[in-house]
Design a protein around this ligand. Sequence first.
Ligand code: TXA
Ligand code: MG
Length: 324
Amino acid sequence: MTRIVEIAKHADWQDLALAELAVGKCVALPTETVYGLAADATNGLAVARIFEMKGRPRFNPLICHVGSLAMADHHGEFDATALKLAEAFWPGPLTLVVPKRKGSDIHELATAGLGTVGLRCPQGPAGQLIAAFGKPLAAPSANRSGKLSPTTAQHVAEAFANTDLLILDGGPCPVGLESTIVKPSPDGISLLRPGLITSEELESATGLPVAIVTKGDAVEAPGMLASHYAPRAALVLNARRWPADAAVLTFGNPPNDAPPAAHVLNLSANGDLREAAANLYGHLKQLDATGITVIHVAPVPLDGIGAAINDRLARAAAPRDPAS
Ligand code: TXA
Ligand code: MG
């Protein structure tokens, strides 16, 4: 059975979580982006449990979460660009893919045998927990592989019903989309996954150009594989028309000539893209739960975090891998 512990109401939440982590068990925890399924990144068996619980392909490396830049520096090699980015955006929703330091005891399974490691220092209780644990926590999003990421403790409990799992409940995640992933180098930054922190912000923090790694390029972040973050229903993107019995996800003020629909949820009635990002996965799950087979999604602008919203929608709409 899952056990939900509200952080605000249980003074001993940290001890409860540390006890699980110490024996190699997974703990679901809130971060500013989405809930993570965390385990001791240095313990191979613990990391293997994450892959097993998620049904995640083993070639897909996990993000390792740290409590500070000092902890990150033990495990990854930070060049001047990586350092600038960490100083500008940590703790926060940015993952840095850097060379793994010789002597780092992060388990090979967490990095999928790559010579690099994805490091992120999260805000809030996750950061405190890692600092108390004293070791990095490997934590992918706390959902079954290929499904929508969880933005509430209830989403996690639904995904792992009948599983022995401690879920720390910190309320809804304020960002709602996974972290921006970048690979820094001395003369530029590769953007592997868009998120709240945009190319423009990365450029102005470093003075370096950002190259968007598109699907045609070598897959640096396997999370970039086509179908990902998918609801059960199929998605129709940039929809302006739909049948009367449709389920529709809108954004902003619907145009006057928008047809009515059976189920309508608005990502943000006043057109706020950050609010839309925070609502995206929860709204998709709610529409999915109506049992409809198609979700129509109205156009969402591409500015700011809109790029990341459209990225996740495109993946959710991509043809499904029957195994995922
Ligand atoms: O916001 C987030 O990043 C959330 C929260 C829980 O922190 N985590 C998350 O983790 O989205 P996950 O495992 O679902 O996505 C990790 C992505 C994957 O696409 C993976 O391929 C990529 O990060 N990644 C991790 N380590 C990497 C590495 N060494 N090189 C390239 N990509 C890496
Ligand atoms: Mg994920």
